[in-house]
Ligand binder design. Structure first.
Ligand code: HEM
Length: 333
């Protein structure tokens, strides 16, 4: 090798930080291909970094906070806790819209009145589908398994709640609430045990108690899944991919302290002061039967059933002196 060739070789390999070139290879041709490789890798790195930065800038606003399915499953199955309460406590940390990824299924849980209002007003049509997997075991099914019991089962549950309530020392407001309802029923029915629909309309305290029971103990903690069609859409500022399922978090919304004063307290008088709030899907803070075009078709029937069952309960309780004649003043309520 000529001295000039040798010095070229060293110069080139030093420049490229590579000493693997064999002697006799011309430095100008080597540096050309090496520069191409370096340029290629540099542009790939720049592209990747740019892409990451771009995604970082845009994605957080498009993807809602994500709850790991692992976290949820551990808490429910391993710790054997009630899935409703677990999810209720978890979503509080994640805000009004939570993204739950269950295997390949995207679920969006809406837990605030504002998010639900937007959903029903703007996306009711887009999410008009029910998932074809409704009969498979999914999160939504396991949570909603209590949703299709015969009404009698729900009534049995309510009776249990009421029996506990009447036999436990409660605050004066609760006790007076029950006394007022039983008096109202007695006044309206007298000794008659048969209850007509027209009687129910004249029992505002009873209606308030029923609303309060459905608020605190909704038989369905979540709506059934509403599935979107094959298009992207935006909910509450987040981009939602096609075939996402939306669940309305009825339990959390109905106990939201931003909407209800003392949300965990049994206080039917809140519906005496706001008698306009009903359970027919128009008031997004009280949605025991869901809302929109997929609202429970048995809403009226179920409300009437529970109201008349409760009227009979209070009537019988009064007759058997379980509930005494009122010693409460109207101010106590
Ligand atoms: C206390 C009793 C009941 C409660 C609290 C209740 C609540 C609900 C809720 C929350 C939904 C889901 C709404 C949504 O996804 O937005 C629903 C749907 C439904 N409910 Fe009820 N329900 C009750 C009783 C009944 C009864 C007695 C029947 C049948 C006779 C019934 C039939 C249905 C049907 C068929 C749907 C699905 C509607 C659809 O997909 O469009 N429900 N119910």
């Amino acid at each position: 090798m000529e001295t000039s060739q040798l010095s070229d070789y060293w110069a080139g390999s030093q420049l490229l930080g590579n000493s693997s070139f064999g002697p006799g290879v011309r430095v100008d041709s080597v540096s050309g291909s090496q520069y191409f490789v370096v340029e290629f890798f540099l542009s790939a790195i720049v592209f990747t970094v740019f892409n990451l930065v771009f995604q970082r800038l845009h994605e957080p606003s498009l993807i809602p906070p994500r709850l790991s399915a692992w976290n949820f499953l551990c808490q429910t199955h391993v710790l054997r806790r009630n899935p409703t309460v677990v999810l209720h406590n978890l979503v509080k940390r994640y805000g009004p819209v939570t993204h739950v990824k269950l295997w390949s299924q995207d679920l969006l849980v809406l837990s605030s009145v504002a998010a639900v209002e937007e959903f029903y007003k703007l996306h009711d049509m887009e999410f008009g589908d029910r998932p074809s997997s409704m009969n498979r075991v999914t999160l939504s099914n396991s949570i909603n398994s209590s949703c299709f019991p015969p009404l009698a089962t729900y009534w049995k549950h309510l009776r249990f709640v009421l029996d506990m309530t009447t036999s436990t020392p409660f605050d004066k407001g609760t006790i007076c609430g029950f006394e007022w309802v039983s008096e109202e029923v007695e006044r309206s029915l007298g000794s008659r045990s048969h209850i007509e629909d027209s009687d129910l309309a004249k029992l505002p305290y009873l209606q308030a108690v029923v609303k309060e029971l459905f608020r605190l103990y909704p038989p369905c903690a979540f709506s059934f899944p509403h599935e979107s069609f094959d298009e992207y859409c935006h909910i509450f500022g987040y981009e939602v991919s096609p075939r996402t399922q939306v669940l309305i978090n009825i339990y959390t919304i109905q106990r939201d302290p931003a909407v209800w004063t003392n949300p965990n307290e049994f206080n039917p008088t809140r519906f005496i002061t706001h008698p306009g709030i009903d359970m027919h899907g128009q008031h997004y803070q009280l949605l025991p039967f869901g809302g929109g075009r997929r609202q429970c078709p048995a809403t009226k029937l179920a409300i009437r059933y529970v109201q008349s069952g409760l009227a009979r309960y209070f009537h019988d309780a009064r007759s058997s002196h379980m509930i005494p004649h009122s010693t409460c003043l109207e101010d106590d309520l």
